[in-house]
Design a protein around this ligand. Structure first.
Ligand SMILES: [Zn+2]
Length: 615
């Protein structure tokens, strides 16, 4: 182990050793017999000392000032130098970001020169991906990853891990935000003195962008993520919210949204080992404290929709962890905690690499075979687990600013007790998955996202009138204010209709039973939490393109009713029961028009076909 580090790092020192040896031999004193033999021993000892010193010479900006986080150029210079010094490290570009002059970068750490997923997986290694700086103001994870990367290739106790795992670090995911440095936007945070901004170059929160991919960062991330297919995705954050003694809190991919065996493995083996080994180093860590004010009344699992990293990871049976350090702890303490978490996670993953790979493969197979997929969940607040929690009692006093009662966490009154932990989520919507979906090629934004996520697709060879199941959208209610650049659709009804729709040569047929089945289903089924439909990718179908003129349609409407007794009865019934309808001539004509052959078929018809095999 040590030899590998030495051979790698100490090329310069080795040369110096040879020079020292040669010079010492040249100027040896001939009278002292055999004394020259001490020279190689001395110089070898010098080499032994110098190699670690050489490796330590690379210092991060944070190490020079413990309340400082590096600028983007300083961070990248550090990684470039690390990659130059160590053959276990490779720095690669990973696609564009929203700042055209700065691409996304990835740092790959792996033993035996295995720097591609093919080589890594062939060697039976597990893969850990670390996403740093998605919120660049929450900088401790960025700094921790820099130190952790150096630890992995210089600390003799850790180097061997790279024979069993590969680590892929995105040093700063939100490149644009990291360039907007300031000292004020993290108002509740204890350091560092200057940091980046949460929004990216488009003012987007990238931790809401994993599905809609409005940023180039997210599209590049999808490609990188799918290329490496990590077993664990660790993303680093700093939390706002309650006050408590814990330095670190964790949001893990929600257990019940994972395949059963994978959820059991994650929550019964990997996470307990993490909590144990981190706390053994006297760093306090607990699940993310997401409460309705006072944590003593209970904490709730964070509902990690696929727009968030942990929810996105879960779509691919990857175990996601958001490490949220506590904003009131000193910056240096937060960096130490994140660095320790990375180390312990790597050790756990290296120790269980074959089990992790096996349980994920099992989950993948189980998902592919399932006929019915859950697509929406909610936290079950009628059932609580319990959690041993140390916190501070909530005190109350009158605010000198607002004059109203305010609460505060009273550090003079700490407590440790069991609190309710609402960590069960249950499906509230499920769907029988079809054999394939058909998506018109006209929806290029949808196709681009499917492609970035490595979804298998086939192009239609000719124009085809396809008879299939479709959804008719109704009762639509959307967000009144923009959310992350969209007006997402909150509530709507879906009526299943069997009909036909014209598709064209080159449109996309997407077989559902593929590795990424969850991604396919949870983006293309409109009712899923973060479907493309909810994120406004299909909004044009929600408006009519043709209309009728009342004065001309009158005659036609009359003959429609005369020839359709059922419709006529419905019409009369509505007129009798609904006075507002009965007093609105246009509404009455619209009632008839929308049920007639003249109504355009594509209005409110979700254009993605659900194709089932013939009975
Ligand atoms: Zn964050």
């Amino acid at each position: 182990m040590f030899q590998r580090v030495g051979a790698d790092q100490g090329k310069g020192v080795l040369l110096a050793w040879v020079c020292i040896f040669a010079l010492s031999f040249a100027f040896r004193q001939p009278r002292k017999k055999h004394q020259w033999m001490r020279i190689p021993v001395f110089s070898f000892l010098l080499w032994m000392v110098a190699v670690p010193l050489e490796s330590q010479r690379l210092q991060s900006p944070f190490e020079a000032n413990n309340n400082y986080t590096g600028r983007y150029d300083e961070i990248m210079a550090y990684y470039r130098e690390l990659a130059q010094k160590h053959s276990l490290v490779k720095l690669v570009e990973a696609g564009p970001s929203d700042v055209s002059s700065f691409p996304l970068n990835a740092v790959i750490l792996s033993g035996r020169k295995q720097f591609t997923p093919e080589k890594v997986r062939k060697a039976g290694k597990a893969v850990l991906m670390i996403n740093g700086g998605i919120h660049p103001g929450e900088a401790d994870g960025i700094e921790a990853a820099m130190l952790f990367a150096r630890d992995l290739v210089t600390d003799p106790r850790l180097v061997a891990l790279l024979d069993r795992i590969a680590v892929v670090i995105i040093p700063v995911y939100n490149v644009g935000g990291s360039l907007l440095r300031n000292s004020t936007t993290r108002v509740n945070q204890n350091g560092p003195e200057v940091y980046g901004f949460r929004g990216n170059a488009q003012y987007l929160d990238l931790n809401r962008d994993f599905i809609k991919c409005d940023s180039r960062n997210a599209l590049s991330f999808s490609e990188l993520f799918r290329y490496w297919d990590p077993d664990v995705l660790l993303e680093t954050h700093t939390t706002d919210g309650a006050d408590f003694p814990y330095v670190l809190t964790l949001i893990a991919s929600q257990r019940h949204k994972l395949q059963t065996e994978l959820g059991n493995y994650f929550y019964k083996r990997l996470l307990p080992q993490l909590y144990r080994t981190v706390s053994e180093q006297r760093i306090e860590m607990i699940p993310y404290v997401h409460s309705a004010g006072d944590p003593a009344t209970g904490i709730y699992d964070f509902m990690d929709f696929p727009r968030y990293s942990t929810g996105y990871a879960a779509l691919f049976h990857c175990m996601g962890i958001m490490a949220e350090s506590h904003m009131l702890k000193p910056f240096a303490a937060r960096v130490s905690a994140q660095r320790l978490l990375m180390t312990k996670l790597s050790e756990a993953l290296a120790g269980q690499a074959s089990d992790v790979i096996a349980v994920r493969a099992e989950a993948r197979q189980a998902a592919i075979q399932k006929k019915v997929h859950d697509i929406r969940w909610q936290i079950d607040t009628s059932f609580a687990d319990s959690l041993l929690y140390t916190g501070y009692e909530l005190g109350r006093k009158i605010s000198s600013v607002t004059g109203f009662e305010r609460y505060y966490f009273d550090h003079s009154k700490p407590y440790t007790k069991r609190i309710p932990y609402y960590n069960t989520c249950r499906p509230v919507s499920s769907v029988e998955v079809p054999e394939c979906y058909v998506v018109p090629g006209a929806y290029g934004d949808v196709i681009e996202r499917l492609r970035a996520n490595g979804i298998r697709m086939r192009r239609l060879g000719r124009d085809s009138l396809i008879e299939a199941e479709f959804y008719r959208i109704g009762d639509l209610r959307s967000a009144a204010k923009p959310y992350e650049g969209h007006f997402p659709h909150r509530n709507f009804s879906l009526e299943r209709v069997k009909t036909h729709r014209q598709y064209f040569k080159g449109d996309y047929l997407i077989p559902v039973r593929q590795d990424a089945i969850r991604y396919v289903v949870e983006t293309l089924e409109p009712d899923a939490h973060d479907s493309f439909f909810r994120w406004n990718f299909f909004d044009a179908i929600l408006e009519r393109k043709e209309y009728f003129s009342d004065f001309l349609f009158e005659e036609i409407a009359g003959s429609i009713l005369d020839n359709d007794p059922v419709l006529k009865a419905d019409f009369q019934d509505r007129r009798t029961k609904d006075p507002a309808f009965a007093s609105n001539p246009h509404a009455m004509l619209e009632f008839i028009y929308s049920r007639s052959k003249y109504a355009e078929p594509g209005y409110m018809l979700y254009p993605v076909a659900r194709c089932f095999p013939p009975d």
